[in-house]
Design a protein around this ligand. Structure first.
Ligand code: TYD
Length: 143
């Protein structure tokens, strides 16, 4: 994980427990315990081409925690004022991304698997997919 700059509340790494075992390590996550929200949805990205760019949106209400279950990738976070960059490569460490945060993901390693725990079910109307619209909403006091 490389933290270039920080903005409290926008994004932070959440460390999950690990049961270390020579037969293989085990990590678990409990909604309402390890996360600041109850898990409403889990989704995952796989078969991701190494030159793929994902994300490119923000959410009005959705909170997420993003994990690299296998391999690695970069997440660029932008709260409208501060840009932060994280590299995820440890399945024990998830990136909490608050609402009203623009995110972009790239630099996927071969075979990377990205798992996302989300606070709400999928709702396209929760997305800002246009960066200017996102910035206007921030300036307009949507937060
Ligand atoms: P998107 O959130 O833009 O993916 P990413 O941020 O990883 O690039 O979603 C890509 C497509 O998948 C889009 O058409 C919406 C759809 N989708 C669902 O139907 N359900 C879901 O839970 C998610 C996350 C996406």
């Amino acid at each position: 994980m490389t933290r270039i700059s920080a903005h409290q509340g926008s994004a932070r790494i959440i460390d999950l427990p690990q049961i270390h075992d020579p037969r293989g390590d085990l990590t678990f996550v409990e909604g309402g315990n390890h996360l600041p929200f109850d898990i409403a949805r889990v989704y995952y990205l796989y078969n991701v081409p190494v030159d793929s760019e994902r994300g490119g949106h923000a959410h009005r209400d959705l909170e997420q925690v993003i994990f690299a279950l296998s391999g690695s990738f970069r997440i660029k976070i932008d709260d409208g004022e501060t840009k932060t960059e994280f590299w995820l490569r440890d399945p024990r460490k998830g990136l909490y991304v608050n609402r009203m945060i623009w995110r972009e993901m790239d630099a996927f390693s071969q075979g990377a698997v990205c798992m996302v725990l989300a606070s709400h079910v999928y709702d396209e109307s929760d997305y800002f997919r246009d960066y200017n619209e996102f910035q206007n909403a921030l300036r307009g006091g949507v937060e």
